[in-house]
Design a protein around this ligand. Structure first.
Ligand SMILES: [Mg+2]
Length: 252
């Protein structure tokens, strides 16, 4: 991959329900379906802020019969990997326009390593993800990876990526969908970075509203409190609209 020195901007985006319908623990549920109820309960306790991410991961790991092997992750990806329309075009467009693309997700390092190795995802220069599952390094791994252990690490890791690339924070766009992205949006607001919601959940809207944080642009659906999710409509999300937003709001 080309040197980082040509990057002048950064996009740091959540993955689950933002760029993809895949959830962070879907590979575990797919491999061990008898654990679905327990894994879902723990994950819900985390997303509703009852327990921390590190506690959720600890409880989940204690339930697993083994570490998920590379071959099992590959089987999951082959059967279930999905991303919303246009993801490859968006990543390619960003890299061609001097915009470093960073996935900043509670998903595991291992999920992204295998998705990259198997060509489900185009090469990305930067990844912030959870190390609860991590495979041996591969040539397809992102050049820089950042460990995300708590949800607050999203902002910390975006900040570290900017520092590593020598990009000022105001030339950054943060992208997310749910309340789990709230601290990342807080970091963005404090540092003059753009905030973009994709299929924005009421949990992110209310997190931002109560803190006076404006969401600068919305793509796809925007949910009202109590409104049920429309996964069919979310599946029709066209991510190439993100290029339009970035061209208008981020590039000079
Ligand atoms: Mg999400």
């Amino acid at each position: 991959m080309a040197s980082h020195t040509h990057f002048q901007y950064l996009v740091a985006s959540d993955w689950s329900e933002c760029l993809s319908p895949n959830g962070p623990f879907d590979p575990l549920i797919y491999t061990w379906p008898h654990l679905e109820a327990d894994l879902t309960r723990i994950f819900s306790a985390y997303t509703s802020n009852e327990i921390s991410l590190s506690r959720a991961v600890g409880e989940i790991k204690s339930l697993l019969p083994a570490e998920l092997a590379e071959e099992e992750m590959d089987t999951f990806l082959r059967e279930k990997f999905a991303a919303y329309t246009g993801l490859s075009q968006v990543i390619t467009w960003c890299l061609e326009h001097g915009i470093a693309f960073m996935i900043n997700s509670t998903g595991s390092m291992g999920y992204f390593q295998r998705a990259l190795a198997r060509g489900f995802l185009p090469r990305i220069p930067l990844l912030s993800a959870h190390p609860f599952l991590r495979y041996a390094p591969r040539g397809t791994d992102p050049e820089r990876t950042f460990e995300l252990l708590e949800i607050e690490d999203k902002g910390t890791n975006t900040h570290a990526a900017l520092h590593a690339l020598g990009i000022p924070a105001h030339r950054t766009a943060v992208v997310g969908d749910s309340g789990g992205d709230g601290p990342h949006f807080s970091w963005a607001a404090e540092n003059g970075a753009l905030r973009v919601g994709i299929n924005t959940k009421a949990s992110l809207e209310s997190y931002c509203a109560t803190r006076g944080i404006e969401i600068n642009a919305h793509l796809g659906l925007s949910y009202q409190p109590g409104q049920p999710r429309d996964q069919e409509a979310e599946a029709r999300t066209d991510l190439t609209e993100l290029c339009t937003v970035l061209r208008r709001e981020l590039l000079p």
